[in-house]
Design a protein around this ligand. Structure first.
Ligand code: ADQ
Length: 750
């Protein structure tokens, strides 16, 4: 530290010393000659005065011809300390009278005192010589020569120089001391600003004191540099170098959110109790969202609030509508919210799935907006907000809101629990401002979402679309660099958190991929070497199922040798079946399958097997392990977890993933065969390429993707959101402490 200060001081002292030396070389000689000029002018005047005084008596004495009087007068005159000698010369240049001190070398000087060079350097020192011509009766009577001693000038000049140098030295010391002080202070200010930025303030700039003005350009550069660095670090999952798993998530919750209550809200419940003739059965819904959030809830026992949609749901809750889950090993609470048929029809099927779902997906299905659906949507959002408020044990729980069913919920919760940390995750894409603009309640939706503390999307592209949309339709202040929206005095951090899956633990006794192959082929009545493709989706028009089958058809056309040797198995879980759009879609898919199968089938061979039913995770895993290729051809998808589940299932490092470029997953899984699902030819070629890809290439691609999915798992997704939430909560606590201290005025803790 001392060394740094010494260096810093030197940096300021050295230039100052240089300036002083230059000052000595130029200013001092100039000063000397100026002083001499001043004194010479002074002596000129003095000489004129003395010669005028002596003129008349001298002329009189010359008339009287009394040399003694002249000599006496001259001797008296040189009593003056500075007048060194006097002489009088006749008009013809004879030295007639002179004092004894008069230097002989001067003789009778020619010229007038005004235009002659008055300074003479004599062996005894410099003298000032002035000459006055005396006139009498119109004729020249002679010339009076006055010699002033100039040695006193040298003495005085030396003294003045001493004083001036001393003064400058003092000034220099004072200036350098002030400069160093100011520099130290500015440096401190800069360092503090940089530190502030490094502390993470760069992400949350609101309320931060402005950087010093001279720092502003640097601050902005530094901020964007650090922001990029921070983002890259975050993306690389190396913020703290940890490997994310349930334990790291748990320890994060214990360390950073200790004692904080965590509430999750989603439409879909993770466990559905269904009444069957054999008694109550528990079902797991086919949903990416449930798959992801379930993993988090197992790690942090909290409360999950969801719509109780199962036929035996009411029968299995306690009087507070709570049921401990998972049923076989309860680790958190499921709180069910009941909806009437009308509410469900308007809020879920209507506004959410006929309006927002097609609005946010570019799948060329027109959204339908009805005022009655909107009214139900508002009502049900309020119902869930009431449930959250009732379940909250404190005024500042952490609330994780899931998806497009609850766009209004963040604002509603914020109104009652202003201190809550509300994280809203939007699991589906966010469209561009023009597309979103067709929603009649666009401002209300955006306003509702901006009640969140943190708003998450899967990809930077969706995040940007959202910011652009807010910019277009609301009066807000957007910090693009920091990705924050300041609205109504409140700040929302908008981030992208790519969702993922829980990396599966090895299951003891699980059949290996070869056994899975054999098992599935046997179940389908196919020979051992039969090639298999697999598709697993909800039966949804956004998943590109039609395009996938068209690609299969085209591939069989282009490569007829594959007919009879390749089958594509599509597992499609029925979804939103009460909606016309979904019924029509299902009918269209079935008709297409029938047509293709008719075209290429022979004997028992069918190129496409459609299994339109829900399957257990274990069954899906067996299919994934048995297939040569998995096709994910969504027309638009927030992330798509099936792609990641397929990769996780392939511990033999074999199998090829065909992945639509319009999925969030395509941004991460670069080693997949990336396709444009609308381009049927390309889909067909890539399918053929996948089926004929050498093992080595499959291994290379699969290994790389497995390593990425293993590291970038669902715990990281949740962990990053919760880390950000913890950081914001910590910041809030600090800010409120500072607020209290400053209210107290004396800086004493209250
Ligand atoms: P989804 O649209 O449901 O999710 P996806 O991410 O693929 O899409 O998740 C589907 C989940 O359901 C997977 O876990 C899959 O295994 C399961 N599933 C699908 N078909 C099934 C079947 N027949 N039987 C049993 N299970 C089945 C939404 C967004 C996605 C986003 C997720 C998570 O649309 O883009 O990736 O949320 O955020």
């Amino acid at each position: 530290m001392q060394l740094k200060s010494a260096k810093l001081s030197l940096r300021f002292l050295l230039p100052l010393a240089c300036v002083l030396i230059l000052f000595g070389a130029i200013a001092i000689p100039y000063l000397e000659s100026a002083i001499e000029r001043w004194f010479v002018r002074d002596l000129d005047m003095r000489a004129r005065l003395v010669s005028t005084t002596l003129e008349q008596p001298l002329l009189n004495y010359l008339d009287e011809q009394s040399p003694q009087r002249i000599t006496d007068m001259f001797d008296r005159a040189i009593q003056d300390e500075r007048l060194f000698a006097l002489a009088f010369c006749t008009p013809d240049g004879q030295l007639a009278y002179k004092t004894a001190t008069y230097p002989a070398s001067l003789g009778c000087r020619q010229g007038s005192g005004d235009d002659a060079n008055p300074v003479e350097r004599l062996p005894q020192g410099p003298v000032h010589v002035s000459v006055k011509t005396l006139n009498q009766n119109g004729a020249v009577a002679g010339r009076l020569i006055l010699v002033h001693d100039m040695s006193f000038i040298e003495r005085r000049s030396a003294n003045t120089k001493k004083y001036i140098i001393g003064l400058f030295a003092l000034l220099a010391v004072a200036v350098s001391a002030i400069t160093i002080l100011v520099a130290h202070m500015s440096w401190r200010g800069w360092i503090d600003s940089v530190r502030e930025m490094l502390r993470g303030e760069l992400l949350f700039r609101s309320g931060r004191r402005a950087p010093p003005p001279e720092m502003a350009p640097l601050a902005s550069d530094l901020r964007s540099l650090l922001y990029e660095y921070h983002r890259e670090q975050k993306e690389a999952g190396a913020v703290d170098g940890r490997t994310w798993n349930p334990d790291t998530l748990k320890s994060l919750l214990q360390r950073d959110l200790a004692g904080d209550q965590i509430l999750v809200v989603s439409n879909r419940e993770p466990y559905i109790h269904v009444a069957t003739p054999d008694g109550v059965k528990v079902q797991r819904p086919a949903s990416g969202l449930v798959t992801a959030v379930e993993a988090v809830m197992r790690a942090c026992s909290g409360t999950w609030i969801a719509h109780g949609a199962g036929s035996a749901d009411r029968a299995t809750v306690d009087q507070e509508d709570h049921v401990p889950v998972p049923p076989d090993n309860p680790s958190y609470t499921l709180r069910r919210v009941w909806l009437s048929k009308e509410e469900e029809a308007g809020y879920y099927y209507g506004f959410a799935n006929e309006g927002l779902w097609p609005l946010c997906h570019i799948a060329h299905v027109r959204p339908v907006f009805r005022s009655s659906d909107w009214a139900e949507y508002v009502k049900v959002n309020q119902r869930f907000a009431d449930a959250v408020i009732r379940e909250a044990h404190s005024d500042n729980p952490v609330v994780l809101i899931q998806d497009y069913h609850f766009a209004l919920l963040p604002r509603m919760i914020r109104a009652v629990l202003p201190k809550a940390t509300i994280i809203t995750f939007w699991h589906i894409p966010w469209p561009n401002p023009e597309s979103f603009g067709i929603c009649p309640w666009r401002e209300e939706i955006l306003d509702g979402m901006l009640g969140s503390t943190i708003l998450g999307f899967h990809t930077p592209f969706h995040r940007k679309n959202f910011l652009d949309t807010v910019d277009r339709y609301l009066e807000t202040r957007i910090e693009t660099e920091a990705s924050t929206v300041s609205y109504g005095g409140q700040l929302t951090q908008v981030e992208h958190y790519p969702i993922s899956i829980a990396w599966p633990e090895p299951v003891p006794g699980e059949p290996d991929p070869a056994a899975s192959r054999a098992q599935i082929r046997h179940a389908l009545g196919l020979p051992e070497d039969h090639l298999l493709g697999i598709g697993v989706d909800r039966f949804d028009y956004t998943k590109g199922i039609v395009e996938r089958f068209q690609a299969v058809e085209r591939m069989l056309e282009l490569h007829p040798e594959m007919v009879g040797k390749f089958t594509f198995v599509q597992i499609a879980a029925p979804t939103r079946s009460s909606l016309d759009e979904y019924q029509n879609f299902e009918a269209r898919v079935r008709a297409l399958v029938q047509r293709i199968n008719q075209r290429f089938s022979s004997g028992s061979y069918q190129p496409i097997v459609l299994k339109a039913e829900h399957h257990g995770q274990d069954q899906l895993r067996t299919y994934f392990r048995a297939a040569e290729v998995c096709s994910v051809t969504s027309l638009h998808d927030g992330m798509n977890l099936v792609a990641k589940e397929f990769i996780a299932a392939r511990d033999d490092e074999q199998g090829v993933l065909i992945l639509s470029q319009f999925t969030g997953a395509a941004r991460e899984l670069h080693e997949a065969l990336i396709v444009n699902p609308y381009h049927i030819e390309q889909g067909a070629e890539e399918l053929y390429r996948a089926l004929t890809m050498p093992d080595v290439e499959q291994r290379e691609r699969m290994r790389s993707m497995r390593s990425r999915v293993r590291d970038f798992n669902v715990y990281r997704w949740a962990g990053r959101m919760l880390q950000d939430a913890a950081r914001l909560r910590q910041r809030e606590r600090v800010m409120s402490k500072i607020g209290k201290l400053s209210k107290d005025g004396l800086g004493r803790p209250t």
